[in-house]
Design a protein around this ligand. Structure first.
Ligand code: ADP
Ligand code: ZN
Length: 360
């Protein structure tokens, strides 16, 4: 079992990695004397993970909970679902001392965190991620929210969980495409802040491609260490936390232009390829950095080129309307070396277009 702490003063919390038996006692300790609502989705339930958790809680004499199973998918990441969760919380008699528990990927995690942030003006919640993406990214850091028809994550709140715990066995039922989505974020950590981690990934692509659980435990903990460090330094994204957006400025734009048919991780991989291309054009880094990054992405079966027939002007337009660029001008995270990035404001649009054409 591995444990690390997200260091946020009196809102610090542990991230625990292992299997359910390793952390169930700690979870029951946190829930002791309180009611809880477990929120999951149909796929996670069908894979048997809800039943496993419920049995483990009961075996540890904690029975004061109810479970809510949501339909899966980003299309349900809406305010209507937040209301649905809140109503289920009322029905389950959750009070101000109660706790919500998210057992699923990023969608349920974000919704549950947001529902917890506003239910009775805020109750505690716990994240039990079951996807690689949620384990290495969305479950840590306290960003919660829902989508509006006008855009993704347009409403939300910063609300830190009380604990994050992962049973690595749950990943064994995860579809391959979901693994690869998470891997894009893992490569991102190597690129933005940890060249040794990047090298570890480079040297172990076979293990990554065969989804070796032991090796995954190792890369998840390292990724969480990276994310926890960044979040502790800048909880509300006033400055340095923005480095986590590497690959996401172009990524979000292509995701949106595909009407979200392009999965997030693949969009981020393309976004990283575009960002490193721009960095080379701006003389911020050498072509070697680009080659190393793109080779790793390719070995992990992630794309490094824009979808066919992409409209470069439309991508730039979509980037400008991103909520993170509200002050006008485009801000991007660009690599200066493997393991190092720089936040660049007011990116030259013509050069950006040239970079995008370079990854067409
Ligand atoms: P993400 O975590 O990538 O943000 P989602 O929360 O939408 O995305 O989860 C991705 C998909 O994987 C959903 O359809 C979800 O139901 C499913 N899923 C989540 N965890 C597991 C698991 N451990 N086994 C099988 N399917 C899972
Ligand atoms: Zn992401």
């Amino acid at each position: 079992m591995n444990t690390l702490t997200v260091d946020l003063g009196d809102r610090s919390y542990p991230i625990v990695l292992g299997n359910t038996a390793d952390w169930i006692e700690l979870l029951c300790e946190k829930l002791s004397g309180r009611t809880a609502l477990i929120i999951t989705d149909e796929n996670v339930d069908a894979a048997g993970h809800l039943e496993k958790l419920e049995k483990a809680l009961a075996a540890n004499n904690y029975t004061d909970f109810q479970s809510l199973i949501l339909p899966p998918g980003e299309e349900h990441k809406s305010l209507a679902t937040v209301e649905f969760i809140a109503k289920a919380a009322v029905a389950a008699k959750l009070d101000r001392k109660s706790c919500m528990i998210a057992l699923s990927g990023g969608v349920v995690g974000d919704l549950t965190g947001f529902a917890a942030a506003i239910y009775m003006r805020g109750i505690e919640f716990i994240q039990l991620p079951t996807t690689l993406l949620a384990a290495v990214d969305s479950s840590v850091g306290g960003k919660t929210g829902a989508d509006l028809p006008e855009g993704k994550n347009l409403i939300g709140a910063f609300h830190q969980p009380q604990m994050v715990a992962l049973d690595t066995d749950t990943l064994s039922t995860l579809p391959e495409t979901e693994y690869r989505n998470g891997l894009a974020e893992v490569v991102k950590y190597g690129m933005i802040m940890d060249k040794d981690f990047f090298a570890l990934l480079q040297n172990n692509t076979e293990k990554l491609n065969s989804f070796d659980p032991g090796f995954y435990a190792k890369i998840i903990i390292r990724s969480c260490e990276c994310k926890a460090g960044v979040v502790a330094g800048d909880e509300r994204e006033q400055g340095s936390r923005a480095i986590l957006n590497y690959g996401h400025t172009v990524g979000h734009a292509v995701e949106k232009l595909s009407n979200f048919a392009l999965p997030h991780g693949r969009a981020v991989a393309i976004g990283m390829a575009a960002a490193v291309r721009l960095a080379v054009l701006m003389d911020l880094c050498s072509k070697d950095v680009e080659a190393l990054q793109n080779q790793l992405l390719t070995e992990l079966k992630l794309p490094t080129r824009l979808p066919e027939n992409s409209d470069v002007d439309a991508i730039v337009q979509a980037m400008k309307s991103d909520k993170k660029n509200s002050s006008g001008g485009i801000t991007m995270v660009l690599p200066t070396a493997v393991g190092e990035v720089k936040i660049v404001k007011g990116v030259d649009e013509e050069l950006l277009k040239t970079a995008l054409k370079g990854v067409l």
